[in-house]
Design a protein around this ligand. Structure first.
Ligand code: ADP
Ligand code: MG
Length: 689
């Protein structure tokens, strides 16, 4: 057993026992089994990693422009390769002195002097040193823990005679084989052993790309654990009690009155989703539904209907939004709809004065405040609902895990569970919906309200910014309004603010007869709201903004958006931003200004955005790029439960494990439980968020 002392750096990695070590599977492998000639890697480079060896013939520290170390090696055939380091230690210079023979491994790319490796892995070896037979595993690690020490700990764990028994088969015989006939799955113990110690008899490619039967076995284990726990969560939810509402609007109730004077006709999609909601609310157990709909598809009204239905049954409803601006907008819109019927809305955000906050909290606690709108101030400890029947969480993916858990806590605290409706404009790709969100019913609004015209997206180089500014007058003459979004400057909020102020001033100068407004994160909430309100009313024609306008803001008359340094934004940010225009019937335009030095990834991103407005395609691209961790909110990849499953490419595996998990839970509940404990242990909490 690895010692339990906390001074052990392995503890930092959560490797407390032999079991933990064995389950700490390699994140990748290095192939040191092959040696290439320098000539062959020079001729066929292109990102691929290669291993070559040769003698150092030159070493130089250069300053162009940064201090760097340049090494040239020459192999037996006389071909030369540049190696470059931007950070280096004197010890490295010594190790790579002229005359030394080195084996180096890295990606070959086209450099300043020709083909080169930047920061390759280096080993001093004699020219005839043998090559290893097997792939070298690489483990995820943390500061202060070397690969070597992890490998040692794992080797030691495998010497533990009891280790194998910890991985005994617990599934009924042949159940996996029957479910996954073609996969030729090894036993769990064999799989673990193989992945730590791949031998030359194993297919290296499938070990590396995680399609080897040993990986399949692990992926199935992980997916099963996740599916089982999600289904347990579901069963638990169905056994809870919540307010059971009628299938029909209450006679003469708020909802019925409102439906009679609906400001517009619901789209077919909205009607369908409303049917989903009203039948969920008629169940004795709490609803857990995600309403997905692209930006501008009209989610708010559907949520408002559900809230009214809830009020009609004598319960409170709450709508929570991730930003104050968005909450304010819901507040305003719902006030217009509800005030004529004498319904007062309670407003609660962090920026309220203490006295007003107290009053709001008191009204919520007494039950007098029936409809509550606000930010995450709603789920703070000091807030106690008298009879909360429905919680609507807008743009739910914007809330972090902590806030989601807090909300859950709030809901768990009361005797009667409240129904939950989450809304999101970021579509969840199918594989994610099936895994991380399996205890979530999903409704989709897949059409936009009538009369919208798609937004035309243009990519324009930023050196043509003046032309763009001059062109604004065209739109303004037509009576339209404009958003001008300032670049995201992640390193410095001060700098970001400065750019916004500069842009605001320069636009004022360039367009003296136009009313320009400025909104950014440093404004106080009421200042922000005042600016926003002026824009809504058309008193401001051009709104210069930082990303505070990203979510949910709705001004149909705004039909042009300019985004500066669009290359600095991610897929979903750009999609959300662009969704602010194209909300009225006028042709809308989104101009993405980009700087001339675009990375490949940025280029692809901007092109995708020009070509499609389909949030689903954009979300899939985003998932491929960033992985599920970020799409899920702040759930860190290390905490995620699917460490070895590639959600992009494993639809089949996911589908089948889902079926199998149902079978296991029904027929073998104890085995399911045992499996869960083996794989999830302390991480189970994350499922609830
Ligand atoms: P999102 O789904 O992005 O939250 P909103 O709920 O803010 O979208 O709706 C966008 C705009 O469309 C709002 O101005 C809303 O009043 C309007 N809207 C919603 N549904 C319809 C409809 N069926 N017909 C016409 N306009 C609608
Ligand atoms: Mg919205």
């Amino acid at each position: 057993m690895v010692s339990k002392s906390s001074s052990n750096p392995l503890e930092k990695l959560g490797l407390h026992s032999s079991l933990d070590c064995a389950l700490h599977l390699p994140i990748r492998y290095e192939d040191e089994t092959k040696l290439s000639t320098i000539a062959s890697v020079i001729n066929s480079f292109g990102g691929a990693s290669a291993q070559v060896q040769g003698t150092v013939i030159r070493q130089e520290v250069m300053y162009r422009p940064r201090r760097q170390l340049l090494i040239v090696i020459r192999d037996e055939e006389g071909d030369e390769l540049f190696l470059r380091w931007l950070n280096f230690y004197p010890s490295q210079q010594k190790q790579m002195a002229v005359g030394q023979h080195l084996r180096v491994r890295g990606d070959v790319r086209d450099g300043y002097y020709g083909p080169e490796m930047v920061h390759p892995a280096v080993r001093a070896v004699s020219p005839d040193a043998s090559l290893p037979n097997n792939l070298t595993p690489v483990y995820s690690t943390t500061a202060g823990v070397s690969q070597l020490s992890i490998r040692k700990a794992i080797d030691k764990a495998f010497k533990d005679a009891d280790l194998e028994s910890l991985f005994s088969e617990i599934f009924p015989k042949d159940i996996l084989k029957n479910c996954f006939p073609g996969l030729n799955l090894p036993s769990l113990w064999e799989a673990i052993h193989t992945l730590h110690h791949p031998s030359r008899h194993d297919d290296m490619e499938s070990i590396q790309n995680r399609t080897h039967p040993a990986w399949r076995r692990i992926q199935i284990e992980e997916l099963l654990a996740q599916q089982i726990s999600l289904q347990q969560a579901r069963a638990k939810r169905l056994s809870r009690r919540s307010v059971q509402m009628n299938l029909k609007p209450k006679k003469d109730g708020i909802l019925e009155k409102f439906l009679l004077q609906l400001p517009f006709q619901l789209t077919g999609s909205q009607q369908r989703v409303w049917q989903d909601l009203i039948s969920d609310l008629a169940q004795p157990y709490p609803m857990n539904r995600l309403l997905q709909g692209d930006v501008g598809s009209g989610k708010t009204i559907v949520a408002a209907l559900a809230a009214m239905h809830c009020l009609d049954h004598g319960y409170q409803a709450a709508i929570m939004a991730p930003t104050e601006i968005l909450a304010e907008q819901h507040y305003r819109k719902l006030s217009i709809w509800l005030q004529p019927m004498g319904i007062e809305i309670v407003w609660l955000t962090g920026s309220l004065k203490a006295k007003d906050k107290k009053a709001a909290q008191a009204s919520i606690a007494s039950g007098e405040g029936r409809l509550v709108i606000g930010t995450h101030a709603l789920i703070q400890d000091s807030v106690e609902f008298a009879r909360l029947g429905l919680a609507v969480i807008d743009e739910q993916h914007r809330f972090g895990v902590k806030q989601r858990l807090q909300l859950q806590q709030k809901i768990d605290d009361v005797e009667i569970d409240c129904h939950q409706l989450m809304m999101s404009a970021t579509p969840i790709p199918r594989t994610l919906a099936m895994t991380f969100y399996a205890d979530l019913e999903v409704s989709v609004i897949d059409e936009l309200p009538p009369g919208r015209t798609p937004v035309v997206t243009k990519l324009i180089k930023s050196d043509r910014r003046d032309e763009v500014v001059a062109g604004l007058s065209e739109q303004l003459k037509l009576g339209r309004q404009i958003y001008w979004v300032c670049p995201l400057i992640e390193e410095s909020e001060v700098l970001q603010l400065q750019t916004a102020v500069d842009t605001y001033e320069s636009l004022q100068l360039a367009l003296p007869n136009v009313k320009v407004g400025l909104i950014h994160g440093r404004l106080k909430a009421d200042e922000k709201n005042a600016v926003m309100q002026a824009f809504v009313l058309g008193e401001i024609q051009i709104l210069v903004a930082t990303t505070v306008i990203e979510v949910g803001v709705d001004v149909p008359n705004a039909s042009l958006m300019v985004i500066e340094h669009a290359e600095r934004f991610g897929y979903s940010q750009l999609h959300q931003l662009r969704g602010r225009v194209g909300r009225g019937s006028a042709q809308s335009i989104c101009i993405l200004l980009y700087s001339s030095q675009l990375s490949m990834a940025a280029k692809e991103r901007l092109q995708t955005l020009r070509e499609t407005q389909d949030g689903f395609i954009i979300a899939e691209k985003d998932l491929a790029l960033r992985g599920p961790g970020e799409l899920l909110g702040s759930r860190q990849s290390g905490d995620g439960m699917l460490r070895f499953v590639d959600l992009q490419n494993e639809h089949d595996l996911i589908e089948k494990t889902k079926e199998l998990s149902v079978q296991l839970l029904n027929q073998y509940p104890e085995i399911s439980q045992k499996h869960l404990e083996r794989w999830l242990g302390h991480r189970a909490d994350f499922l609830k968020a």
